[in-house]
Design a protein. Structure first.
Ligand code: GAL
Length: 662
C-alpha cells in the first residue's frame, strides 16, 4: 500500500477545469512530490447525463493524463450525488428529515440508504465504473461514496426507511413480545400488537422511547453498512488487486464506524482542524477556541487519528491481527482530505497559522497515517465552495499550503508501527444511548470521552482507541470513559482483562443493558464485585453549580458509590453527596464518578505510574507522539515553548530518535 515513508496526495476535480489545464496540473502535482490523486466522487452527472447513457471519454482522458505524469489514481463511486434526472425519475430515493420534510436535490447526500431503488442505481453505476476502470494501470484503489454521515444523513425518516424498519426489527426480535419487553413498552401504553404499527421514532409529542431510538440508530447504521458492502462486492469482483477504502469524517457518530469499516481494506478520514474546533468542541471553552483558532486543538485532531487507526481492529477479538499478541499494532490509515488553507463551512473560518499545514501533516504521520492527501488542488471558482482554499488559488497561483507542502521534509517519517501502551475504549451504541438522555445539557458522550483522552495525551501517553470487544491483551492500562451500554458478556471480558491490566472507568459505566434499559439490579449489573461497590446517587450540575472533591471542582456530573469490596480513593467534600465516595478502587479497577478534568488527570497519572509507564506533564498545546522509533514533538501554540530541555518554535514540530519508555 505504501512507500517506506509518508506519501502525499491530493483531491482533484478535472471536471471543474478546462481540458487544456490538465497536463499542466498533472506535471505540477508530480513536481510537488504527490503520489496519489483522488477523483470523481461527485461526478455522476458527467458520467451518466441521462439514464443508461454513459459519457466516459472525459474520465478516460483525465485518468490517462494523470497516468502519463506518473501519478496513481484513487477512483470514487459517485453515489454521494445522485443527479437531477435520477432524483426526478425516482423521487422515492430522497431522504426525509426528522420533521418529516424531504431533503431535496440541490446539494449532496440526498438519498436514503434503505431505498431499494437507490441501491439498484448505486450497484449499477458502481458496476459500470468498475468494468471500465477496474483494471486500469493507474487506478490503485477505490473510495466508496463520500463521507457517510456528513450533513446528518445517516438517518432518514422517509418511506424507504419506514418500510424497512419493521422488517429489521422482526429479524432482530422474532416476536412482538420480545420487542415489547426489550423496549419496556408497557410504559405509557407503548405496546405493539402488529409489526406494521411501528414507525421511526420521529414526530412524537415528547421524547420517544430511548430503546426505540437506539434500535433505529442501529437499523440506520446497518442500512448504511449494507449499502456500502454492495458496492464493495462489485469492486472486488471487477477490480482485483485494488484496495477499497472510505473517507470517514471526524465526529459523525450516527453510524457504527467499526461495522462500516469491516469490509474495507483500510480506513481514511478527512481532517479539517480549524473547522472541527469551531464545530465539534463542546468540551473546550471560548478561550481555548481562541487560543487554537489557527491550528485546531491538537487532541481533537489526534483523537480522530487514533480512532481511525483503531477502526479496523474490529468489534471482536477474532478480528484482531495475527501479529503475535499485538492486536493493536496496526497502522496504515490515510488522511484522504487534509485542510491546506481555510475552510468555508464553520461559523468562523480563520486562516491557518504559518506552519500549520506542515504541523498537521507531521502529526498525522506520527499517529500512523501512511498517506496525507490535501483538499483540494485548485480552489473552486464556482458553487458552494468558492470560499474554500486549495493548494492553488482561484487564479492558479500557488497558495501558502502549496509552499508548506513543497518545503516539507519527509525523510524522517518512516511508515512504521504506532505502539501505544494504553487503550481507550469507545463504542457507538454507548454514544447513541448516552446522548439521548444526557441528563445534563453540558455533558455528552464525546465530552466525557475527550476529557479522559486529553488527560492521557497531556501526560505524554500514546493511546489506541479501540472497540470494547477488541482483543485488549496487549495493553497495560485500559481506559473506558463512557461505556454506558454494557452487555454482561462484555463486562465478563473486561473482568478478564483486569487480571493483566489496570482499568479506569468513567461515570455512568454499565448503567444500561443492550436494549437501553437500566439493569434490574442497578448499575454494574451482576458485576458489582469487579468495581467493588454500587451506585448510590447521581447529581446533574447546572452551569455555575459545582461540588468539590479535594482541590478539584466537579462540574456537570457527580455520582457517588458505596464501597463494598473496594475502597474510596476520593470523596465529595460538599453538596448533597458530601462524605460519599467519588472515586472507587478495587484491585486493578478504578471508577471515577465525578466529572472533573483535573481529578481525571490526577487519577490517570497515578494509574499510569503504577503500570510502570512514565507520565510527564506537558504544557498546554504541546504534545508528543511516537511512531517507528521516532518521537514527534508538536507545538500548537503561537509562542515558542521550552519543554524537557528542547526549544519548540511556534506552530512547529521536531522529530527525534525515540527514547524507549520504561
Ligand atoms: C469535506 C468534503 C469535501 C469538501 C470539504 C470542504 O467534508 O468531503 O467534499 O466539501 O469537506 O472542507
Amino acid at each position: 500500500m505504501s512507500n517506506t515513508h509518508l506519501n502525499l496526495g491530493v483531491c482533484y476535480y478535472p471536471e471543474h477545469w478546462p481540458r487544456d489545464r490538465w497536463e499542466g496540473y498533472a506535471a505540477k502535482m508530480k513536481a510537488l512530490g504527490l503520489r496519489y490523486v483522488r477523483i470523481a466522487e461527485f461526478a455522476w452527472s458527467r458520467m451518466e447525463p441521462e439514464e443508461g447513457v454513459y459519457t466516459w471519454e472525459w474520465l478516460d482522458e483525465a485518468i490517462d493524463v494523470l497516468h502519463r505524469a506518473g501519478l496513481e489514481v484513487v477512483l470514487c463511486t459517485p453515489t454521494a450525488t445522485p443527479p437531477a434526472w435520477l432524483v426526478r425519475s425516482y423521487p422515492e430515493i430522497l431522504a426525509h428529515d426528522e420533521h418529516g420534510r424531504v431533503r431535496e436535490f440541490g446539494s449532496r447526500r440526498h438519498y436514503d440508504f434503505a431505498s431499494q431503488t437507490y441501491r439498484a442505481h448505486s450497484r449499477r453505476i458502481t458496476r459500470e465504473l468498475a468494468s471500465r476502470y477496474g483494471q486500469h494501470p493507474a487506478v490503485v484503489g477505490w473510495q466508496t461514496d463520500n463521507e457517510f454521515g456528513c450533513h446528518g444523513t445517516t438517518r432518514s425518516y422517509g418511506p424507504a426507511s419506514r418500510a424497512a424498519f419493521p422488517h429489521w426489527l422482526q429479524q432482530k426480535y422474532g416476536s412482538l413480545e420480545a420487542l415489547n419487553q426489550a423496549w419496556g413498552n408497557v410504559f405509557w401504553s407503548q405496546e405493539y400488537t402488529a409489526w406494521d404499527q411501528i414507525l421511526p421514532p420521529n414526530l412524537t409529542v415528547t421524547e420517544p422511547n430511548p430503546s426505540h431510538v437506539l434500535d433505529y440508530a442501529r437499523f440506520a447504521s446497518d442500512m448504511l453498512a449494507e449499502f456500502q458492502e454492495e458496492q464493495i462486492a462489485i469492486l472486488r469482483e471487477l477490480s482485483p488487486g485494488r484496495w477499497v477504502t472510505h473517507n470517514f469524517m471526524i465526529f459523525f457518530g450516527d453510524f457504527d464506524h467499526y461495522r462500516a469499516s469491516e469490509a474495507l481494506d483500510f480506513v481514511t478520514w478527512d481532517n479539517y482542524p480549524t473547522g472541527m474546533l469551531e464545530f465539534f468542541s463542546d468540551w473546550v471553552d471560548e478561550q481555548t477556541k481562541l487560543r487554537f483558532a489557527r491550528t485546531g486543538h491538537p487532541d481533537l485532531i489526534s483523537f480522530n487519528h487514533d480512532l481511525y487507526r483503531g477502526l479496523k481492529q474490529g468489534r471482536s477479538s477474532a478480528a484482531a491481527s495475527a501479529n503475535g499478541n499485538s492486536p493493536a499494532r496496526q497502522s496504515g490509515f490515510w488522511v484522504m482530505e487534509q485542510q491546506c488553507g481555510q475552510v468555508n463551512w464553520a461559523p468562523y473560518n480563520p486562516l491557518p497559522a504559518a506552519g500549520a499545514v506542515q504541523l498537521w501533516t507531521t502529526q498525522a504521520w506520527a499517529h500512523g497515517a501512511d498517506t496525507v492527501s490535501y483538499f483540494r488542488w485548485r480552489a473552486a471558482t464556482m458553487a458552494q465552495e468558492v470560499m474554500h482554499s486549495g493548494l492553488l488559488r482561484h487564479d492558479e497561483t500557488e497558495d501558502r499550503g502549496f509552499h508548506e507542502v513543497k518545503a516539507l521534509d519527509r525523510s524522517g517519517m518512516p511508515n512504521g508501527e504506532v505502539r501505544a501502551p494504553v487503550a481507550l475504549l469507545h463504542d457507538y451504541e454507548s454514544l447513541w444511548i448516552f446522548d439521548q438522555q444526557r441528563h445534563n445539557a453540558g455533558l455528552s458522550y464525546w465530552t466525557q470521552t475527550l476529557t479522559y483522552y486529553c488527560a492521557l495525551r497531556s501526560l505524554g501517553i500514546d493511546v489506541d482507541i479501540v472497540h470494547p470487544d477488541a482483543d485488549l491483551s496487549a495493553y497495560r492500562v485500559i481506559v473506558a470513559p463512557a461505556l454506558t451500554l454494557m452487555p454482561e458478556a462484555r463486562l465478563q471480558r473486561l473482568e478478564a482483562a483486569a487480571h493483566g491490566a489496570r482499568l479506569v472507568f468513567g461515570p455512568r459505566t454499565a448503567y444500561r443493558t443492550e436494549s437501553g434499559r437500566a439493569f434490574e439490579n442497578g448499575q454494574f449489573g451482576s458485576f458489582k464485585h469487579l468495581f467493588g461497590g454500587r451506585l448510590l446517587q447521581f447529581d446533574s450540575l447546572r452551569p455555575g453549580l459545582t461540588v468539590g472533591v479535594g482541590e478539584h471542582r466537579v462540574t456537570t456530573w457527580a455520582e457517588s458509590f458505596e464501597p463494598r469490596e473496594g475502597q474510596s480513593l476520593h470523596s465529595y467534600g460538599d453538596g448533597p453527596l458530601e462524605g460519599q465516595c467519588a472515586v472507587l478502587r478495587h484491585g486493578n479497577v478504578t471508577t471515577v464518578g465525578a466529572h472533573s478534568a483535573t481529578l481525571v488527570r490526577e487519577v490517570l497519572r497515578e494509574v499510569l505510574r503504577e503500570a510502570g509507564l512514565s507520565p510527564q506533564d506537558l504544557p498546554e498545546g504541546v504534545r508528543i507522539s511516537r511512531r517507528a522509533g521516532v518521537s514527534a514533538w508538536l507545538n500548537f501554540n503561537s509562542e515558542p515553548i521550552t519543554v524537557a530541555g528542547r526549544e519548540l518554535a511556534p506552530v512547529s514540530f521536531t522529530l527525534e530518535a525515540e527514547q524507549v519508555m520504561a
